[in-house]
Design a protein around this ligand. Structure first.
Ligand code: SAM
Ligand code: SF4
Length: 435
């Protein structure tokens, strides 16, 4: 029987969130509806992430839990990077899986659902030349802050990372498709667009780069804010840095992962930058946009990392004074060069280093938040807060800001930031900004 309702559970990065939204639109176009919260669904899509340990195991145990009390089960599609990595093996590991669909094959999902409804168990992990984006319907729904994937895949082959294997080679979506999608999102209510890519700043089309694209998008009436993530230091062009000083709608926030502060480890990771070249980029960025909030990613416990290497990482955190940052324990990914390197670091050492790193990052985050107390700024309201009359929005520096206001999601309001916590700010409303 063809399913009437569906649920999509997305794990991992923002690109998976975007893919989840697009799959929902595609299934909606086939006449299916999203199951209401708490309701059983006829079709469940698990949109998985493979970046760190036990991703596959977690996916299989999530699948096991989908069995209903009466012994029946929904139609189950394994999607995302675990699906790509496991392929047909997934069907052997779990009899409950009906569909295996990799991230570059989502345009085939409706057809695969029909096949599965007739009892087949289709697998598609191809990376076809025809883009899945061409098959997605035009966008009709948008969040106040909406994601728009412009670039996928990666050719950088950092020695710890599965992305080049699960998402394939670097591709950039064409300029006109992106501009059309941005217009559709704004017409559907988006006030902010976050351009996404595994290496978003590597985006290029017919000689134009990300800075040109942002300049064009900033001209769209009704679009008030543009962000982009995640960037690679090797693709941080002067044009993009300059854009931060010139384009008012481009928010003062940059997520630029360094991974380690030790040049020895950076080399072993096959990162193309050193601590010094990375810092030089940030210096230029701060010259172009002095109030920029900086963010990054770190891996602790990469094979061979000594206490001294780790201290270099702590030092770079102090030097940059990040407004926020993500840190992860190194996770050996099957098939990557680092997985078979000598001198894998014991778990207890990784735990201890991660704890010290996170304490250091948290201290800088709090200091950054405190430095903004007293600032008159604007927030884009995204959702209701926990308390009656409270709403939550984002500052230009991507801080979560709580404010008592009658404003609604999508409104941009003037606030003074009056208090800072480790993870959020409190805002006091001034007058409403002109729409
Ligand atoms: N392309 C981006 C870059 O190179 O900066 C990052 C994309 S990756 C999906 C997100 C983050 O996951 C990385 O920046 C890295 O810190 C982390 N990551 C990737 N592979 C990892 C691994 N094997 N173990 C732990 N963390 C990992
Ligand atoms: Fe992975 Fe980013 Fe390195 Fe590409 S550049 S291999 S996505 S960490």
């Amino acid at each position: 029987m063809t399913p009437k309702t569906f649920r999509i559970k997305s794990f991992g990065c923002q690109m998976n969130v975007y893919d989840g939204e697009r799959m929902a639109e595609l299934l909606g176009q086939q006449g299916m509806t999203a199951a209401a919260g708490g309701d059983d669904a006829d079709l469940v899509v698990l949109n998985t992430c493979h970046i760190r340990e036990k991703a596959a195991e977690k996916a299989y145990s999530d699948i096991g839990r989908l069995k209903r009390e009466d012994g029946s089960k929904p139609l189950i599609a394994l999607a995302g990077c675990v699906a790509q990595a496991e392929g047909a093996e997934a069907k052997r590991r779990s009899q409950m899986i009906d569909i295996v669909v990799g991230p570059q094959a989502y345009h085939r999902l409706p057809e695969m659902v029909r096949e599965a409804s007739r009892g087949a168990r289709p697998v598609d992990t191809d990376m076809p030349a025809i883009s899945k984006f061409d098959a997605f319907p035009a966008r009709r729904r948008a969040n106040p802050s909406s994601f728009l994937t412009v670039q996928e895949g990666c050719d950088k082959f950092c020695t710890y990372c599965v992305v080049p294997y699960t998402r394939g080679a670097e591709i950039s979506r064409p300029w006109h498709d992106i501009v059309a999608e941005a217009h559709a999102l704004v017409d559907a209510g988006a006030r902010e667009i976050v351009l996404l890519g595994q290496n978003v700043n590597a985006w290029e089309h017919e000689g134009r780069g990300l800075a040109d694209l942002i300049r064009a998008l900033a001209k769209i009436d009704g679009l008030e804010r543009v962000r982009y993530t995640t960037s690679h230091p090797a693709d941080m062009t002067d044009a993009l840095i300059t854009a931060h000083g010139e384009i008012e709608k481009l928010m003062p926030y940059l997520h630029l992962p360094v991974q380690s502060g030790s040049n020895r480890i950076l080399r072993a990771m096959n990162r193309s930058h050193t601590a010094e070249t990375y810092l030089a980029i940030l210096e230029k960025m701060r010259a172009a946009r002095p109030d920029i909030a900086l963010s990054g990613d770190f891996i602790v416990g990469f094979p061979g990392e000594t206490e001294e290497d780790f201290e270099d990482t702590l030092n770079i955190v102090d030097e940059v004074r990040y407004a926020s940052a993500y840190s992860f324990k190194y996770s050996a990914r099957p098939g990557t060069p680092a997985a078979t390197m000598e001198d894998q670091i014991p778990r207890e050492i990784m735990d201890e280093r991660l704890h010290r790193l996170q304490e250091r990052i948290d201290a800088h985050q709090l200091a950054f938040n405190r430095s903004k107390v007293g600032a008159n700024t604007q927030i884009l309201i995204e959702r209701k807060g926990k308390h009656e009359g409270q709403m939550v929005g984002r500052s230009p520096w991507l801080q979560s800001v709580h404010a008592e206001t009658g404003a609604q999601p999508g409104d941009i309001i003037d606030v003074t930031l009056v208090a800072a916590g480790p993870n959020s700010m409190t805002g006091a409303v001034r007058a409403k900004a002109a729409a």
